[in-house]
Design a protein around this ligand. Structure first.
Ligand code: C2E
Ligand code: CA
Ligand code: CA
Ligand code: CA
Length: 278
């Protein structure tokens, strides 16, 4: 049965789904594994190319965290990032991941930009912001080649603290991108109020590109970005006909499985070294 009841210490009977219990159990396991993880060994950064149209050249990479734990196996980033945030481990994790991503990208003989995801806690924590900027300085990477991706939901809770941190980052020369654009409630408001350089259109719109509603939304966002002189990356491009539609819309930056999945660093280096186009 999906549900079973449990008598609590107060003698009350509560109904739990076994699914819910299993989830809590596994969250505990992830939490303790995260607490004891060897951040340098177990975590990797994978890189997904961002492609410029119509030339189809790679101009940068988005860093995406990967965790392979000896006991739990591979845990998806959505899951462990959320748990790291809740348990206060996110600062350590973000710093370790960014360090790795920057040292790898600077090892390449190209001027490619690095886009890195920050979570809500990161962009309200002055210490995290200082550590990120220190890593940029220490590696000698041009800050203009670094973009931090934030989401609207990560700004919402403590807007003022976030705004202060984001302005500090921006003042140091890094770029800011608003991720998952179009999925929230007030994306437009944030675009207006925050110092945003780039918008990433959520992949759900690309998936529905054949329908007039989604394609209308994409066209509108592209036009909005043009008029605000903000760059725009369309995410989640998987098929050639999606790419064809985006090309007719004069979209400049795209990302997605059609070009490449996120790759381990060695693969990035080999691909670039062989001169292969992605
Ligand atoms: P996101 O920032 O929106 O990243 C895009 C996600 O879409 C990635 O999932 C990527 O692998 C996936 N993707 C890329 N191209 C395609 C495509 O063509 N089709 C489809 N269906 N998916 C595509 P991933 O790697 O599982 O990451 C999930 C989320 O976890 C990210 O969403 C981001 O919010 C978070 N995340 C990943 N790495 C980090 C990190 O280092 N720090 C923080 N704070 N969050 C991270
Ligand atoms: Ca992202
Ligand atoms: Ca996204
Ligand atoms: Ca996301």
């Amino acid at each position: 049965a999906l549900y079973h009841s449990k008598t609590t210490s107060r003698g009350r009977t509560t109904v739990y789904s076994t699914e819910h219990e299993a989830r809590i159990r596994s969250e505990r396991a992830i939490e303790s594994a995260l607490q004891n993880a060897d951040y340098n060994q177990e975590f990797e950064v994978h890189f997904q190319p961002v492609v410029l149209l119509p030339e189809r050249v790679v101009v940068g990479f988005e860093a995406l965290a990967r965790w392979d734990n000896p006991v739990l196996g591979k845990v998806p980033p959505d899951t462990f990032i959320a748990i790291a945030e809740r348990t206060g481990l996110i600062h350590r994790l973000t710093v370790a991941l960014f360090k790795k991503a920057v040292s790898q990208i600077t090892a390449l003989p190209h001027d490619l930009y690095l886009s890195f995801n920050l979570s809500a806690h990161d962009i309200t924590n002055a210490e995290t912001v200082a550590a990120l900027l220190e890593i940029i300085r220490g590696n000698g990477i041009d800050p203009r080649l670094v973009t931090f991706e934030i989401t609207e939901t990560s700004v919402i809770d403590s807007y003022e603290a976030a705004e202060t941190c984001l302005r500090t980052l921006r003042a140091a020369g890094v770029k800011l991108a608003l991720d998952d654009f179009g999925t929230g409630y007030s994306s437009l408001g944030y675009l207006h109020r925050l110092p945003i350089d780039c918008v990433k259109i959520d992949k759900s719109f690309v998936a529905g590109l054949r329908e007039p509603v989604a394609s209308g939304v994409v066209t509108s966002i592209l036009n909005l970005c043009r008029s605000m002189q903000i760059n725009c990356v369309v995410e989640g491009v998987e098929e050639s006909d999606q790419l064809a539609v985006l090309e007719t819309m004069q979209c400049r930056y795209v990302q997605g499985y059609f070009f490449s999945r996120p790759m381990p660093f060695d693969e990035v280096r080999n691909t670039l070294a062989s001169g292969a186009t992605i």
